[in-house]
Design a protein around this ligand. Structure first.
Ligand SMILES: [Zn+2]
Ligand SMILES: [Zn+2]
Length: 245
């Protein structure tokens, strides 16, 4: 599995970073894990061939993770002229949310006669899925239920496990999410300010021993995390970073 971090930013593009968008390659198949509002720019800048993506998988329905979907679909229809099927996967309600987002961003577009088949797949903690050849299991996170259910995922392929928290405050569910994973990509929005919806580094560090993974990479960093604390033992992601596993 090869994960390219196309967007590692927070909701506000702090530090000039793109909204969350991970490009995941597993054998011959490719998917996006989250596709935030700025992701079409990120995809174009990285030269990602959109028709090669077979799945878009979402963690939750905030704009910085989900907001790129309408433009992706319109690009597929009118620019990339996609013909092969696309799977749109995510928490319960994914189809309704997708149609609502299309209608909000490009009024009338939810009724487009798409030139390619679209399959909506709900992935829940009770209902794992195989997407783009990757076994995906969902874990409930604690973030903002108005934009949820909010989920983290374990992606398993060829004996390797990539775990991603999506957006969350500390929850003990991060422990099974991380257990035995080769890499945990975890949000770390703030440094030492406790928030109801996001993780801060101090809280994460206090729980470090409970996270049974050798490699932790921090993402979704706000201003206080980007302020240059070079003494942290964990890796911090940047746009364009590649994680091979
Ligand atoms: Zn976010
Ligand atoms: Zn969010």
């Amino acid at each position: 599995m090869k994960v390219t971090i196309l967007g590692s930013g927070d909701a506000f593009g702090t530090g000039g970073r793109f909204n969350t968008c991970l490009h995941v390659e597993a054998g011959a198949e490719r998917m996006l894990l989250d596709c935030g509002a700025s992701s079409m720019v990120a995809l174009n800048q990285a030269g990602v061939e959109r028709n090669g993506l077979s799945t878009l998988l979402f963690t939750h329905f905030h704009g910085d993770h989900f907001g790129g979907l309408p433009a992706f679909l319109l690009d597929a229809q009118f620019v990339s002229r996609r013909t092969h099927p696309l799977t749109i996967a995510g928490p319960s309600g994914i189809e309704h949310r997708a149609l609502h987002a299309l209608e909000a961003d490009f009024p009338g577009s939810s009724a487009n006669p798409w030139r390619f088949p679209i399959a909506y797949v709900e992935v829940t903690p009770e209902q794992p899925a195989r997407l783009s050849g990757i076994d995906v299991s969902a874990f409930p996170m604690v973030h903002d239920e108005r934009a949820g259910p909010c989920q983290g995922y374990r992606l398993s392929f060829d004996g390797k496990v990539f775990a991603f928290s999506g957006d969350t405050a500390w929850t003990d569910t991060l422990i099974p999410l991380a257990a035995g994973a080769d890499v945990l990509l975890v949000e770390c929005y703030a440094y030492d300010i406790k928030l109801a919806n996001h993780l801060d580094y101090k809280t994460l560090a206090a729980h470090r021993a409970e996270l049974e993974t050798a490699r932790i990479v921090l993402t979704h960093m706000g201003m206080s995390m980007l302020a240059g604390r070079d003494d942290l033992p964990e890796e911090r992601v940047h746009d364009g970073m590649i994680i091979e596993l």
